[in-house]
Structures are given as structure tokens and as C-alpha cells.
Design a protein around this ligand. Structure first.
Ligand code: GLN
Length: 494
């Protein structure tokens, strides 16, 4: 029998529907492979018994002929989504033993569609990071190895590193992820997977552990564009439990998926191209050529606020994080370290419970929100955020989508990791702007770097342009021929 873990989500769905195999079989195949790939540290918490029980129920529903859209398909869930009765940690010690009494809306939507949950995926602590090195449960590794050095440990990107590593290593058919400044798209680019951050408000944030509420958005990481379309149409929904949820009807992206993008107007962002070097620039030109072949037209556009995007993000995101993380006080959830007084208990709990990066963000956040600096930093950042939004509005008067690289470079090795936080923050240069403007962006694998690691291209569109993004991404995916040829190039441990 074919290796069931190698299938795309879409192919697995067809296989289940045609009874070529059962959900129990494909779930067992994934469980066995998770066991073999423990070195990746992709999963924080397993849900094997639960998954097999879900798979049995799914098989019964196939028998009865009332299968859901994701019936019986084994997925990995980023450990940021609350799952009822299943430990949810946000990769933090402070939530180390938190077992939610409720289900996030996104995971509920997946369960309602019949999905099987293999377990909870590793991530950067509270989704703060770009390399999955800040998890309290240890770093997660990419299954990718550079051509020349089969022993080098490559990062899977962050914060959704568990999601990207699991999908790339075939230990989940697809995964949920979240993106506050690039955490779906950057790990997807680093691992040769597809990741879409939808329009802000498309997926409910209910039950998703909050980092920066005005920027956080859920989305999938998958093996193919078609799989991403399928995941997103299930994950997204209007939800009264999230006041920022968009009251729109979610279209069937898979049904409307087409490679016919003739006449699509594509913008090239001058300020982004200025940043590009070598292979990233080459790949970008290749992307332009592919879209040209498909009948797209091109126009140079300018986003003059680009140099201010990262500084703006690193004021707004930590400000919101410091407010959101105030709830971890040793009383309500997770860890408590006893102290002499109540204040002492708070301090000890938070010092023990939060890692360095999280504490750094809390300090930045409380500083920029403090009475003396509020106007100089936070209010100023909000004003620049408006200018960033205006830049995009202006650009989208002339073009339908923007083509950009996803990241400035390929993935780095653990021993090449930037040691100062600011260099690490530069990873998000092409991704944070869409979060600040609430826009959708998709990363699609497009080629390999000289040392044989994946590189991604990103498409950004105006609000609710997900279908256009999927269609254009499909063209890039086909042109890059990533699906077939990539597997052979992967030097992954099986
Ligand atoms: N790397 C960025 C950060 O550290 C973005 C993280 C994210 O999107 N969750 O904040």
C-alpha cells in the first residue's frame, strides 16, 4: 500500500471517500511516523487515543454516507488553540498544565467537519519568535537539511514551527497555525509548505491564546494550495463569540479554484525589491516570469512607509501582549509559585513562568504604554499604522495583488541563529505589514536556495481577496513544480 502519510489532504480525502483506506489506517500511519520523528520535537502533547476514537467515528460516518468536509483526516493543531480536555500550553511554562474546559471556534469548526486531531504542535512561547527557539518545551526542528551538511539542525521558522515542521515531515496532513506578524507565512516559506494568513476577522479568535489581539489571525499550513483552500473554508466562520469576527459568508475556495488568472494586475513593491539580494532576488524575478506567462500584467507600486513597519509592529504587538498576558497571575490558570505576599506570589509566578523573549515583550509593552511614553510611542505607532494602511489602499487602486518574497533568506541553522533580538525581528520585514493593515497574504513554495533549502514567494491582496490569492498561488505552485520534485530533494529522517 502507498505510504498514506505522503498524501495531500485533498488526495487523502478522496482515498477515504472511495474507501481505498480507512481513517483508522491513515491515523495509525501518522501516529507511527510521529513516533519515528520524535527528534523533530514537533508535538508538545499527543492525542493518539483521542485521534483513534475520532477516526473510528469518522469511518462509521463514511459507512453511513454522511461524511463531513474533513472527515477522518488527521491534522496537527498549533498549541495556541484551546482544545477541550486536551492540554493547551502556548508553549509556555505558565500554562504548562492548563486543560481548557472549552474548544476554540476554529478547532470546533474542524471537529464539526469530521477532522481527527493527532495532537498539539510546538510553537514559540505565546507565538513570539521567528525560529521556534523560545518554546518552553524545547526547540522544534525542520525536517530539511542543507545539501552539504546532513547534520545541521535547521529551524522550521516561527512561531508556527511545529505546524510547518509537521506538515513538511508528513506527520500531519495539514495543521492549524496563527500569524501576528508572519508566523504562518515565514515558517511555511522555510519548510516548503503553503501558509495563508487570511483577512483579519475571517477566522474567529475565540479560544485562541491571545498575543496581540488586533493582529492575531488563524490560518492553515498545508502541503498544497488546494489543501490550504480546503482547510481555510472550514476554519473560517462568522462568530458571535469574537467581536472582531467578520460577518461575511465564507465561499467555497476549493470549488472556485482556477489557474485562469489572465489579466490579473500584479504590483511590485519598490521598497521590498531594494532589500533583496542574490537568490531571493532571482527567485522573485522567476515568480514575475511565471505570472507573466499566465497572462498577468505588472506595475511598480510604492509603499513608502515600509521602513517604519517593523518599529511600528514592535510597539503595537508588545503593547497588546503586555495587556493580554496580565491575566497570567498564578490564580486562574497553570503555574503558581507561592510567595510571602500576594504581590510576591505574582512576581515569582511570572518570573518562573515566562521565558526571556516573553518577558522582553512584556517590558517593552508596559514601557510604551506607560503614562510618560504613551503619546511618544504607542499613539505614534498607531498613527503610522494608519499610514501603512493608506499605502496599501493606494496600491490596490492600481493592482489586484502584490508579489513579494516571503522572507529575505532561506532558513537558518540553529547555530547560525541571530543572537540579538533585533536581527531576528528583521525576518518579518515582508510579512508584518499585512498584519498591520489587516490584509490577507499567502506564502507558496517556489524554489530552493543554493544550499538546498526552500524559499517562498508571497502574494498579498486587499481585504477578502483570499480566492484571488489561492488562484494566483496555484499558478506559482504549478510553475515551480514543487509538489513532485520536492519530495526527492528533501533529506528528511524517516
Ligand atoms: N516573529 C514575529 C514575532 O516574533 C511574529 C510572530 C507571529 O506572527 N506570531 O512577533
Amino acid at each position: 500500500m502507498t505510504d498514506l502519510t505522503k498524501l495531500t489532504l485533498t488526495a487523502a480525502k478522496k482515498g477515504l471517500a472511495s474507501k481505498a483506506f480507512t481513517s483508522v489506517e491513515i491515523t495509525q500511519a501518522h501516529i507511527a511516523k510521529i513516533e519515528k520523528n520524535r527528534a523533530l520535537n514537533a508535538y508538545i502533547t499527543d492525542n493518539f487515543e483521542g485521534a483513534l476514537a475520532q477516526a473510528k467515528e469518522a469511518d462509521a460516518r463514511y459507512e453511513k454516507g454522511n461524511a463531513g468536509k474533513l472527515e477522518g483526516l488527521p491534522l496537527g493543531i498549533k498549541d495556541l488553540f484551546c482544545t477541550k480536555g486536551l492540554r493547551t500550553t502556548a508553549a509556555s511554562k505558565i500554562l504548562g498544565n492548563f486543560v481548557p474546559p472549552y474548544e476554540s471556534t476554529v478547532t470546533q469548526n474542524l471537529l464539526d467537519a469530521g477532522a481527527v486531531f493527532l495532537g498539539k504542535l510546538n510553537m514559540d512561547e505565546f507565538a513570539m519568535g521567528s525560529a521556534n527557539l523560545t518554546s518552553a518545551f524545547g526547540p522544534c526542528m525542520s525536517p530539511w537539511k542543507p545539501k552539504e551538511d546532513a547534520h545541521k539542525q535547521i529551524v522550521p521558522g516561527g512561531s508556527s514551527g511545529g505546524s510547518s515542521a509537521a506538515v513538511a515531515a508528513d506527520i500531519a496532513l495539514a495543521a492549524t497555525a496563527s500569524d501576528t506578524g508572519g508566523s504562518i507565512r515565514q515558517p511555511a516559506a522555510f519548510t516548503g509548505t503553503v501558509g495563508i494568513k487570511p483577512t483579519y476577522g475571517l477566522c474567529s479568535r475565540y479560544g485562541m491564546v491571545a498575543f496581540a489581539s488586533s493582529l492575531d489571525q488563524a490560518g492553515p499550513i498545508t502541503k498544497t494550495v488546494e489543501d490550504a483552500a480546503l482547510m481555510l473554508e472550514v476554519m473560517a466562520s462568522y462568530d458571535l463569540k469574537d467581536s472582531t469576527s467578520l460577518d461575511v459568508k465564507i465561499p467555497s475556495y476549493t470549488q472556485h479554484l482556477t489557474e485562469n488568472i489572465k489579466g490579473l494586475r500584479v504590483g511590485i513593491v519598490k521598497e521590498y525589491i531594494d532589500h533583496l539580494k542574490d537568490e531571493a532576488l532571482e527567485l522573485f524575478h522567476q515568480g514575475v516570469a511565471w505570472l507573466k506567462e499566465a497572462g498577468c500584467t505588472f506595475k511598480d507600486v510604492s509603499l513608502p512607509t515600509t521602513p517604519y513597519a517593523l518599529p511600528t509592529y514592535y510597539i503595537i504587538a508588545p503593547a497588546e501582549a503586555s495587556a493580554n498576558l496580565a491575566r497570567y497571575d498564578g490564580l486562574k490558570y497553570g503555574l503558581r509559585v507561592e510567595g510571602e505576599t500576594l504581590d510576591d506570589m505574582y512576581e515569582r509566578t511570572r518570573r518562573e513562568g515566562f521565558g526571556d523573549e516573553v518577558r522582553r515583550r512584556i517590558m517593552i509593552g508596559t514601557y510604551v504604554l506607560s503614562a510618560g511614553y504613551f503619546d511618544a510611542y504607542y499613539i505614534k505607532a498607531q498613527k503610522i499604522q494608519t499610514l501603512i494602511k493608506n499605502d496599501f489602499d493606494r496600491a490596490f487602486k492600481d493592482v489586484d495583488v502584490l508579489l513579494t518574497p516571503t522572507t529575505p533568506t532561506d532558513a537558518f541553522a540553529i547555530d547560525e541563529t541571530p543572537t540579538d533580538p533585533v536581527t531576528m525581528y528583521l525576518n518579518d520585514i515582508f510579512t508584518v505589514t499585512t498584519n498591520l493593515a489587516g490584509l490577507p497574504g499567502i506564502s507558496v513554495p517556489a524554489g530552493l536556495s543554493k544550499r538546498g533549502l526552500p524559499l517562498g514567494l508571497q502574494l498579498i491582496g486587499p481585504k477578502l481577496s483570499e480566492q484571488v490569492l489561492f488562484n494566483a498561488a496555484l499558478v506559482l505552485e504549478k510553475a515551480a513544480g514543487f509538489k513532485g520534485s520536492f519530495d526527492a530533494l528533501k533529506h528528511i529522517h524517516h
